[in-house]
Design a protein around this ligand. Structure first.
Ligand code: CR6
Length: 842
């Protein structure tokens, strides 16, 4: 706005403004231009990497124009914006998504073919942007897609990790972690060397009193690290709207090195300072649903939160509005408790730097923030030691104590003589050492708190946050069931199915923008041609996965077999151990059969994939067992096609795009009450696969939508879990006899040294079976038998699949984002037609 071109010269700009490709020729011209000029290559040395680079740059040019226009439009319209603060954005690849959202994939396909390349190979060249662990990070990515597709003025804020989630290699059956250096060439980011914020750490607090007696705190001394913005355009689908994801990178505040140290010969320490600063955004912590309390992690959190808030506040201040209007212009969503310090930082800015009274400031803070809780697992609830916060952020600790004091005083007024409740809800846990409970701070500083599926939202209201419901009333706690973007998870991952659906519901631009239109499919459920085409699409997807398995593992799997898939982070609560124990049981049964009997058994391929946190010993044991079973079963000549066990290495977003469309059955079998929502369950059903699952997370709402007859539910209910656990410890609990057989086989060395798997067995037999594997084992096996019988009736199976897909409209992340917008953020879309970008003088 400041460097606006004067009116008389704008003519020249408008005349020369770039727009989209006008057909294939222009696309080709752009690719060749980028190869020859940007990359300085030619047709004599243009490999697939170069072709990927040039294609991406050609598309990027298009995105950038709409991106700039969108930002201008939002600035001029001066409406409320949403800021989605997330430490994780598991974006996957960008090129395919850009082509589809912009709508020129066909142009690119034939253009690339003219130039001598296959579009599939070009797409494969891109590294995944894997800046997340699992569901939470992918949810953030789906939300960005929906926010842009629905024209909401929204920004994402995150960290630009130099290393994303590690790459997993399987060596001798064990997980080995390899660093993911993904940035060698990333055309999708724009460094903004002019957008920097200096972030302070450590130091001390000084208080001054002015003539009127007003006390002001000053945070002084300590270290400074510079945050540099990197912007990533987020194109909406079938709209020109292109939002911004701003990722912060850390660097030394003093420039490249400390020249004084350098000149005085202390070269090493000047480089060390620089490296220390860069460490902050160097690596994503690889833990899913686990809080480790490491100092560097807290530094990451404050670095990112402080830079983002500075940016948001700077943007607001340009509007010259009074502070009380801040919540009318700004909604900030906290994705889990990771950004909770933003609450404290905004309060600090308002009282220490802007001079507002505590109460006025706090009112603004509460009206600005909303918090999403993603777990009830105690080991995942963030706590920071008071000592660490004091050391790193001395002023913030004081503010946290004040927030807590005023909060507890208000609780005391409402619940006099109730000492118990005060200690239960205190933001400071009076333990040794004292801890700051981040979830409580997030609740107190927000005006809405949401869970991510109905069961989960009920659980947080009645268990971990029960007292807060009593204090604030029930309206503060809402449910927004998670969703997924159908653009990536149907259209991009499964073009065959998307095209087939389009023939029945009227074009992708319709149902990909309103997924409830899928319900029209139900009219075609008995149409023989449609059913046949449906089955062909599934088979082709299975063939594609079979080919992938062949090239990556060497094993041949039969695409006619039932593909039974469990891909997700490896976790005891997700119970991959239940699955692999079930597989072993099946194997033992097959071994006991005659060859004739075996021939009648419906063939199955059990497919696993997922990463274990590097320090999670039990999860690594599970991976090792799966791989050991795989080796034995797949090489057993008695078994043949009846059973194959596959572990797919390095599961990530791009692999999910191959795996999900190929599944017949997917497993979502967490101990009831532990999986907050799950989102891959939605992806699998949307792609025409059925689910075997527990009554947990979003499985319950999937059942409500698609009908009980279309899902294979089993196992104990969340409400019974506590009693069952109690019984393990105090009752006479016996391991399930089927499971005993499995353990005996492991003990006898069938899958290698028992020693390697003893921990998994002991967890069930000797340590209280916390995840109820034994309690659910029988019901799991019975339900798997039912699956076999159902799959044998292919006609009925296909009916179930088509019916389920037709009823999945609810699970679009568009529905989800509209719910957030209405219930929590109070923001409206800004339609591109209201382009007032030519307003004079601005
Ligand atoms: N691990 C939940 O466990 C949920 C996602 C997104 C998780 C999972 O059930 O679908 O969040 N929780 O809401 C956390 O990361 C804390 C996850 O991905």
């Amino acid at each position: 706005v400041e460097a606006s071109i004067p009116e008389p010269q704008r003519e020249a700009w408008l005349k020369n403004q770039a727009s989209g490709f006008k057909g294939k020729d222009e696309f080709e011209k752009e690719v060749v231009r980028h190869v020859e000029t940007t990359l300085a290559r030619s047709m004599f040395n243009c490999d697939e990497t170069a072709a990927y680079a040039a294609t991406s740059l050609a598309f990027r040019d298009r995105l950038v124009i709409e991106w700039n226009r969108t930002q201008q439009r939002q600035t001029f319209a001066d409406t409320k914006r949403v800021y989605y603060l997330s430490l994780e954005f598991l974006m996957g690849r960008a090129l395919d998504n850009a082509m589809l959202n912009v709508g020129d994939k066909e142009v690119a396909k034939s253009g690339l073919s003219d130039l001598g390349f296959r579009i599939e190979d070009i797409i494969q060249q891109e590294n995944d942007a894997a800046l997340g662990n699992g569901g939470l990070g992918r949810l953030a990515a789906c939300f960005l897609d929906s926010l842009a597709s629905l024209d909401y003025p929204a920004w994402g804020y995150g960290l630009r990790y130099r290393y994303g989630i590690f790459k997993q290699e399987i060596i001798d059956g064990y997980q080995v972690e390899v660093p993911d250096y993904w940035l060698d060439f990333n055309p999708w980011e724009f460094p903004r060397h002019d957008v920097t914020v200096d972030i302070q750490f450590y130091g001390y607090v000084k208080k001054t009193t002015d003539d009127s007696g007003k006390v002001t705190a000053h945070w002084e001394g300590g270290d400074t690290v510079r945050a540099v913005a990197y912007d990533v355009p987020i194109p909406g689908y079938a709209t020109p709207a292109t939002n911004n994801l701003r990722l912060w990178s850390s660097q030394a505040a003093s420039g490249e090195f400390d020249f004084q140290k350098f000149n005085s010969g202390d070269y090493e320490s000047s480089v060390a300072d620089q490296q220390r600063a860069e460490t902050i955004s160097a690596v994503l912590y690889p833990n899913d649903n686990l809080d480790r309390g490491k100092e560097l992690r807290l530094k990451q959190q404050y670095f990112w939160v402080a830079a983002s808030l500075y940016d948001i506040v700077r943007r607001f201040k340009k509007s010259k509005r009074p502070w009380r209007e801040f919540p009318d212009q700004v909604a900030i969503q906290l994705n889990d408790t990771h950004p909770t310090l933003a609450i404290v930082e905004l309060q600090r800015i308002l009282i220490d730097l802007e001079g507002l009274d505590w109460d006025d400031a706090w009112n603004i803070v509460q009206q600005t923030f909303c918090y999403t809780n993603h777990t009830v697992l105690p080991e995942a609830l963030e706590k920071w030691s008071v000592g660490l916060v004091q050391h790193l952020l001395p002023r913030h600790l004081q503010i946290i104590y004040d927030i807590n004091l005023f909060f507890l005083q208000s609780v005391e007024r409402s619940f006099p003589k109730n000492r118990e409740i005060l200690s239960r809800v205190s933001i400071i846990e009076e333990s040794q050492p004292k801890m700051v409970r981040m979830a409580y701070l997030a609740i107190v500083g927000s005006h809405k708190v949401n869970g991510v599926a109905e069961l989960h939202s009920d659980l947080i209201r009645t268990t971990i946050f029960k007292d807060f419901v009593t204090i604030f009333g029930p309206d503060k706690f809402v449910n927004v069931t998670n969703g997924i973007t159908p653009r990536r998870w149907l259209h991009q991952a499964n073009p065959g199915l998307s095209d087939l659906i389009a023939t029945k519901v009227g074009g992708p631009e319709l149902f990909l923008k309103d997924l409830t239109l899928l319900n029209k499919l139900e009219l075609s459920v008995n149409d023989p041609a449609f059913r046949k085409a449906w089955a062909e699409v599934k088979l082709a997807n299975k063939q594609r996965l079979a080919d992938y398995i062949k090239t990556t593992t060497g094993y041949t799997v039969n695409p006619i077999a039932l593909f039974d898939v469990q891909v997700k982070r490896i976790h005891e609560y997700k119970r991959q151990q239940l699955n692999i124990f079930g597989v072993i049981y099946r194997y033992l049964k097959l071994k006991a059969m005659t060859p004739e009997e075996r021939k009648k058994v419906p063939p199955r391929v059990s497919i696993f994939g997922g990463k274990a946190a590097p320090g999670y010993w039990m999860a690594k044991q599970i991976i090792h067992l799966i791989n050991s079973v795989s080796k034995v079963v797949n090489n057993d000549p008695d078994i043949g096609d009846a059973l194959k066990v596959i572990f797919i290495e390095d599961y990530n977003v791009s692999k999910a795009e191959i795996i999900v469309p190929a599944s017949d059955l997917s497993e979502h079998i967490s101990t009831a009450g532990t999986e907050a929502s799950g989102t891959s369950n939605m992806k699998f059903v949307l792609n025409g696969g059925l689910i075997i699952g527990t009554c947990d997370g979003a499985n319950i709402e999937i059942t409500r939508e698609i009908g009980e007859e279309n899902i294979f539910l089993f196992g104990n209910l969340a409400e019974d879990v506590d009693d069952l656990r109690h019984n393990h410890t105090y009752g006479d609990h016996k391991t399930d006899p089927g499971l005993d057989q499995v353990f005996d086989a492991i003990h006898s060395g069938t899958f290698g040294s028992v020693h390697d798997f003893q921990g998994m067995i002991s967890a069930v037999r000797d340590h209280g079976d916390y995840y109820l594997v034994s309690d659910d084992f029988h019901s799991y096996l019975e339900t798997q038998d039912l699956v076999d019988k159902s799959y044998a009736d292919q006609e009925l199976w296909i009916t179930k699949c088509i019916t389920s897909v037709s009823r999945m409209g609810f699970f679009s992340s568009d529905r989800c984002i509209n719910e957030y917008a209405e219930m929590m953020w109070n923001v409206e879309p800004l339609q591109p037609e209201t382009n007032i970008g030519t307003k004079k003088g601005e």
